[in-house]
Design a protein around this ligand. Structure first.
Ligand code: SAH
Length: 210
């Protein structure tokens, strides 16, 4: 499968909807984020191994979660479990689109070798690299140095949404994260109140943390 066939399929199946997100999928090439051995499978709609028992997420899952997150130019977004860096770089593309002020992606990965892999991969996008701050650490605590965030997205499934994420989110902000085998969307409507939505039928690697 080639890139345009993958994108056309994601549009036809209703996973990709917003022109800007479709543009991001065209601009940030999944092939740049998969290991050498799997370059030929880069546009298959499946997760692929990136080492250390981790995967680059399935394109339909990334499309679905980005559409739920609704990233906008100028926003500051926390990306937990950056893995290959594909979603992190898609997010950088989506928040950079702003003439007045550019946004920022704060990304956290717990495996040093994958952090390095993501750094190498995003280097192919010199205009997007400065939009991202990539840190090694346990993302289950969020990243208080950079809080509050407009949005938070995670690629590894927790048992429940960590309290730190809720605290580090701006009022009016949104969390999109896997919990067990579902995707949860939380809209923060006041300091203590969240409106939840839940979508079933997905597979994620576990969030390993406190
Ligand atoms: N968005 C990534 C998906 C990577 S899979 C991509 O596009 O490639 C999920 C990642 O979460 C893995 O790399 C795993 O190492 C990482 N992870 C798991 N628990 C974590 C934690 N507590 N803090 C930070 N990263 C974590």
């Amino acid at each position: 499968m080639d890139k345009e066939t993958l994108i056309a399929g994601l549009i036809k199946d209703g996973y990709l909807k917003t022109p800007r997100v479709i543009e991001a999928f065209r601009a940030v090439d999944r092939k740049d984020f998969v290991p050498e051995a799997d370059k030929n499978s880069a546009y298959e709609n499946i997760p692929l191994l990136i080492g250390y028992s981790q995967t680059i997420s399935q394109p339909l899952t990334v499309a679905f979660m980005l559409e739920l997150l609704e990233p906008r130019g100028g926003e500051k977004i926390l990306d937990i479990g950056s893995g290959s860096g594909w979603q992190m770089t898609l997010l950088a593309f989506l928040v950079k689109d702003e003439e007045i002020k550019t946004g920022k992606i704060v990304a956290i990965e717990r495996i040093p070798e994958l952090k390095k892999f993501a750094e190498e991969n995003i280097s192919r996008y010199p205009d997007l690299k400065p939009v991202v701050r990539l840190e090694l650490g346990d993302g289950s605590f969020g990243f208080s140095d950079e809080a509050p965030f407009d949005k938070i997205i995670a690629a590894a499934a927790a048992e429940k949404i960590p309290t730190a994420w809720k605290e580090q989110l701006k009022i009016g902000g949104r969390i999109v994260a896997p919990v067990k085998d579902s995707i949860i969307v939380l809209d923060k409507i006041s300091k203590e109140e969240f409106t939840p939505r839940q979508y079933f039928g997905f597979d994620f690697v576990p969030l390993i943390g406190a």
